[in-house]
Design a binder for this molecule. Structure first.
Ligand code: GLN
Length: 400
């Protein structure tokens, strides 16, 4: 099968006539492309991380109510006041963090906008941004669009630990920020207190920022706990915390997220956000007020529900010849594919979606050096049990 079939929309050998220099060196999202391929081949989609089960009924009702109540015009560009207040209340309750909703919270169109708006607001061309690898693919174009250079620190399987010396070496006078995504996509790593304290001390020593993508904060397994780096000593004014409604409330298509940072940082981020998108959808922010006031039992249920799906996919992958790395958080599993004897992850993913009927994300999408991901593939498990079982039926046709 042609390798190109995994990336049908990539034009690799001819630069489009009007394309700007800043976009030349990155390609379309492989994750989102795999979703399109899943549709073309009517494959079970375990590629892009979005639930295929309904969002909570009361949230949907809250959104409909807001629309019917004529809350359909722009909110304040940095977010509806009552939504920012609800965000502040949730962080006080969960993390003892006192936030000024007027000056420290910016609502944006998903964590995706939060990240690019932040990077555009804080980096200059030539600045360096440290990224743990494997990493969520957006961080690559995000840094490129800013003219920033990525400095990679490896997370090593099977536990996805990093070498403190390698981390220390990644910091230098050009370092502007480090991106921390915990619980982590794609590995499921949950950064521990000791690791975060080391990162915090290096941020202080080198006077740089921690930009933390915490969208899987409430999807934790096996007793893992989430520590927002902004709550660590001396990090309150050098952290930018990014989160969203997408994963916690199973509404990835709503595109409602937020950025928390001290007033001076927030002022810079708000300027970018304002001109990028004006603001997130008003009625969905109103539904967010309801979401963020849900009782603790909602979150406990989310994790216990997801741990069952995690255990199901891990067992399915083991039974069908993969070597999965068991995640401690988020809703993805990285799996080793070397037992199948394919030359690389792209060829394997193409075979999987076209001939077997399951879409997954080739591991190389999460690495700078494709070779490092060439025997890895990522499955997501935010799916109905029947979807996971349908995937098993198809995966069991794989020849080992
Ligand atoms: N975060 C999800 C994933 O990694 C969805 C990515 C996206 O398409 N925005 O699959």
């Amino acid at each position: 099968m042609a390798k190109s079939s995994v990336r049908p929309n990539q034009v690799t050998d001819r630069r489009p006539r009007f394309e700007a220099q800043r976009t030349v060196s990155f390609t379309e999202s492989v994750i989102r492309e795999m979703t399109r391929l899943a549709q073309i081949h009517t494959a079970v989609n375990l590629a892009q991380g979005f639930p295929d089960f309904p969002a909570p009924a009361d949230l949907k009702e809250a959104a409909c109510r807001a629309i019917n109540d004529d809350q359909n015009q722009y909110s304040i560009t940095w977010g509806a006041k009552n939504f920012r207040q609800a965000i502040a209340a949730k962080y006080r309750q969960w993390h003892g963090l006192e936030l000024d909703p007027e000056r420290e919270i910016t609502v944006c169109c998903g964590a995706t906008e939060g990240m690019i708006a932040t990077l555009l607001a804080v980096t200059n061309p030539g600045d360096e941004v440290i990224v743990f690898e494997p990493y969520y693919e957006n961080y690559h174009p995000d840094t490129l669009l800013c003219g920033a250079t990525r400095r990679i620190v490896s997370l090593q399987a099977p536990d996805w630990t990093f070498d403190p010396a390698e981390l220390r070496q990644a910091f230098n006078a050009r370092t502007k920020a480090i991106i921390i995504n915990s619980p982590n996509n794609p590995t499921g790593k949950v950064f521990g207190r000791e690791e975060l304290e080391l990162i915090a001390s290096l941020c202080e020593e080198h006077d740089c920022l921690a930009i933390t993508d915490e969208i899987y904060e409430h999807i934790l397994f096996d007793g893992a706990t989430h520590i927002p780096p902004i709550t660590l000593a001396n990090m309150r004014h050098r952290s930018v915390l990014i989160n969203s409604m997408s994963k916690t409330y199973s509404v990835t298509g709503w595109r409602v997220g937020w950025v928390i940072a001290s007033p001076d940082l927030s002022a810079s981020i708000r300027k970018v956000h304002d001109f990028l998108t004006v603001g997130a959808a008003t009625p969905l922010q109103q539904a967010g007020v309801h979401a963020l006031s849900l009782p603790e039992s909602y979150y406990a249920h989310l994790s216990t529900d997801y741990v069952q799906r995690r255990d199901a996919i891990v067992d399915i992958l083991k039974r069908t010849g993969f070597k999965p790395f068991v995640p401690r958080g988020a809703y993805y599993v990285m799996a080793d594919i070397s037992a199948f004897g394919f030359p690389n992850d792209q060829a394997f993913a193409a075979h999987l979606v076209e001939n077997i009927g399951v879409a997954a994300v080739p591991g190389s999408s999460f690495f700078e050096n494709a070779a490092l991901g060439s025997q890895l593939i990522r499955f997501c498990f935010c799916k109905k049990f029947e979807t996971l079982h349908a995937a098993e039926e198809k995966l069991s046709r794989l020849a080992k």
